[in-house]
Design a protein around this ligand. Sequence first.
Ligand code: PMP
Length: 306
Amino acid sequence: MSGTREFIWLDGGLVPAGDARVSVKTHSLHYGTAVFEGIRGYYNSDQLFVFRLREHCERLIASGGMIHLDIPFSAGDIFRGVIELLRRNGFRRSVYIRPIAFVGEGDIRLDFRKHPKQVAIFAVPFDAYFERSGLRVCISSWRRVSQSSMIPRSKAAGNYLNSSVATIEAKLAGYDEALLLDEEGRVSEGPGQNLFMVSGGALVTPPVYSAILEGITRQTVITIAKESGREVQERPIDRSELYTAEEVFLTGTAAGIEAVLEIDGREVSGAQPGKVTKNLEASYSDIVTGRSTRHASWLTPVYETT
Ligand code: PMP
């Protein structure tokens, strides 16, 4: 960042971080009525590349629509806001970018359709989400929010109480991460990541109707796996299938591609990251950092180059 002055994009323009304040009466603070995104920018060769920015901005708008939160900015406005924010802060390192659309100050009623809507975007330096690589995970006693009571496909703040309690439960039990099952008892996803397993050489991941968030990293992994000629199946996964899978890994913007080495006390792939996981991780890392130009359209460079 240039100096110590941090800027935040708030409701259409940049303001010093200290001025980006909201009231304790903010509706979202009370009821979780907000939608957000997690986006990453990768710094490489004097350039900051934002990964799949357009898709993240579009998912933000779609997430809002699903919960009746009409965002007063377009996906294009948010896209430009992110770039403006990163340029103004002058980041010369990798970052995590967080746009959030929320219901502002109104009355305490639950119907927020007429309440003011606000959008903030901030970015923080970021390298890795997990403290260590190669995860020990457990199946959570909590089920992933279901279609019958929530909207799992919306990246809505309220859904993340489910993710937080599952994460804390897993950490209290000494694991690195939780895996959640859906209402039917099938594998859904991690608290903030999608799940893949390798079974019979094919890449298998739960379908949208297993209450997942449709991850942009998930879509990226499906695309690059298919390009390399690997079979990809989107189908329900039983918990016990994970115990005999050849490889298991999690995917997410923050997590990247992270190998799972133990599930409920059972070793996966000999407690070493498997070949398929490692190859996908290498391709993914080459693509997001711009080392590979195979999917250059997925990257938005922040700085002008001469
Ligand atoms: N599931 C949940 C619940 C998440 O919070 C995330 C992170 N956004 C993901 C999956 C992965 O999505 P993405 O790859 O778009 O980051």
